[in-house]
Write a protein of this length. Structure first.
Ligand code: ADP
Length: 533
């Protein structure tokens, strides 16, 4: 590689990061604590070990784990040698896990001992795998019937640190599969260049947001590392020299303990995780450690009721939007000067909105003729995008790729309006949209408003087929405290009186449920709710 032609590859993160933050810490629960320098040393040893095992450039290397330091090491070691990191969604049912690994053609698998029994049961199906690399949180000897089996720690101990090759930035670094809310999951791939530029875009967006992130902030990510690279935070954190806390399998008590003990100040998650934390039965005991916590919420709209609950603990929440296909960052509730002078309530509404395009994201909201919608807060269009970090393809699926990239724009399938200040508000997903009497009822706006009713916990609005109107909205609700359908309806009519919703948006029925069904990535599962109609 010509040294003047600097390659934006994963290894390019380290020289400056080690120089400025070599003693910075990476912490995994109360099990492991080490510096960036020690981390990099282990990454290079593991990378060399993988080469010695026979991992070749382009080979797919899968990981099955929760959010651990072994996973973080693999995030760097696998792409560092030109191989492709496949982050397997371990919340899929086993047959879908097998489907994605088979589809990817994973040659090697890095796996936490906890997942061995699931794989061992179906070992003969995995004949495409050439080696299983296993680790455990304990020092006990690992026993497995998988063959050939290698011990992760032995590989690290017995290998010399690799001198990282200068990988071409266009080389594919990662592969993972979408949640498969409709049909089988689809694979998306990202090059080194895309990951580096995405981490930079994310860093810029955070610094322009009301979160005001500095080098003193301590990160604890709560988006699983198997899901869209935990939104790129494992690369962002190391690039920007932050103390990085890895929570393992999500357990609210443990998360709260880590927030307390490690002085966590910054996290990111989907709304339902924040809801789970704030409604934890011992939350009052931890309340003082949450004061000042800065949280990016994305993956689904941030309901105002939840943002207000967070505020009552002194937590600042900021909305962001993206999807698996987009690495994921597309928008964030960016902090512009005009926002500073707004009344508090209005500022709050903008901070929980879909926000504005992140730097370098070319985002449009268009009608079916590609005409941009006016900034009138009411004309609905589809969000289409171009940006430096979008997936080029659905892996091995040219037909779906063509649909995704129709006419040279990545089609998100998300419907949105823009207000006069340029803030985007997603009103629905095309496939979830409720169409009543030929008009859209924006289910996300309706959910947002219902979430403000104090007794409401979580809410989802979906369309029920209706002979007269085509579809009518139905609200599924979990309760924080007792109330009745009639009382909720009364509240909704008050929102009609104040002009926040239209009368015909009011759901035909309210169905109380004990808990919301969630997808493998922790979002409310509307597909499942439809089966309950
Ligand atoms: P899944 O399809 O399982 O939800 P993704 O994580 O790729 O998997 O989901 C991306 C989708 O989530 C987006 O297309 C959009 O519909 C929704 N989404 C993400 N962020 C937001 C947000 N801030 N507001 C509203 N919807 C969002």
């Amino acid at each position: 590689m010509n040294p003047k032609d600097f390659q934006l590859n994963i290894n390019s993160i380290f020289p400056s990061s080690l120089w400025t933050s070599g003693n910075q810490e990476i912490v995994y629960q109360d099990i492991k604590r080490y510096t960036y320098r020690e981390f990099y040393d282990r990454v290079r040893r593991f990378a060399n070990g993988l080469v010695n095992l026979g991992v070749k450039p382009g080979d797919k290397v899968a990981v099955l784990d929760w959010d651990t330091y072994h996973y973080l090491e693999s995030y760097y070691a696998v792409p560092m040698i030109g191989a492709v990191l496949h982050t397997v969604n371990i919340r899929y049912p086993p047959e879908i896990i097998f489907y994605t690994m088979n589809h990817a053609g994973d040659k090697f698998v890095i796996i936490r001992d906890e997942f061995l029994p699931m794989v061992e049961k179906a070992a003969t199906l995995f004949d495409f795998v050439k080696g299983w690399i296993v680790y455990s949180d304990t020092d006990e000897e690992i026993k497995t019937t998988l063959n050939p089996y290698y011990n992760y720690e032995h590989i690290v101990e017995s290998s010399e640190p690799i001198d990282p090759p200068d990988i071409d930035e266009k080389t594919i670094a990662t592969l993972f599969y979408t949640s498969g809310t409709t049909g089988l999951p689809k694979g998306v791939t990202f090059s080194h260049r895309k990951l580096i530029l995405h981490a930079q875009g994310l860093a810029m967006s955070i610094s322009y947001s009301p979160l005001n992130i500095t080098e003193k902030d301590v990160f604890l990510g709560l988006v699983p590392m198997f899901h869209v690279h935990s939104w790129g935070v494992p690369y962002l954190a190391i690039m920007t020299g932050k103390k990085y806390v890895l929570p393992g399998r999500y357990d609210v008590k443990k998360i709260l303990e880590m927030i307390k003990n490690e002085h966590v100040t910054f996290s990111h998650m989907v709304p339902s995780i924040l809801y789970m934390i704030l409604t934890y039965h011992e939350i009052e005991q931890y309340a003082k450690y949450l004061n000042g916590w800065k949280v990016i919420i994305g993956g689904a709209a941030l309901p105002k009721g939840l943002a207000k609950m967070a505020k009552s603990f002194g937590i600042t929440t900021v909305g962001a939007y993206g999807m698996s296909e987009t690495c994921p960052l597309l928008t964030a509730a960016l902090f512009t000067d005009d926002m500073q002078n707004l009344p508090e309530e209005e500022k709050f509404d903008y901070m929980i909105s879909t926000g504005k395009p992140a730097k370098l994201v070319n985002l449009r909201i268009v009608d079916s003729n590609y005409k941009d919608v006016p900034w009138d807060n009411k004309t609905i269009g589809e969000i289409i995008v171009r940006a430096p970090w979008l997936t080029d393809e659905y892996y091995k699926d040219p037909e779906k790729t063509e649909e995704l990239w129709k006419d040279g724009w990545l089609h998100t399938g998300d419907l949105a309006v823009v207000d006069s200040g340029g803030y985007i508000h997603i009103v629905d997903r095309e496939k979830d949209a409720v169409k009543s009497g030929g008009e859209f009822i924006p289910s996300l706006i309706l959910e947002n408003i219902i979430s403000e009713i104090p007794e409401v916990g979580e809410v989802a609005v979906i369309g029920r087929p209706d002979p007269k109107w085509g579809e009518r909205p139905i609200a599924f609700i979990t309760l924080k405290s007792k109330t009745t359908k009639e009382k909720i309806m009364d509240e909704l009519f008050k929102f009609v009186d104040t002009g926040r919703i239209q009368k015909w948006w009011i759901p035909d029925d309210i169905i109380f449920i004990d808990s919301m069904p969630k997808t493998s990535t922790g979002k409310i599962d509307k597909k499942d709710l439809r089966t309950k109609l």
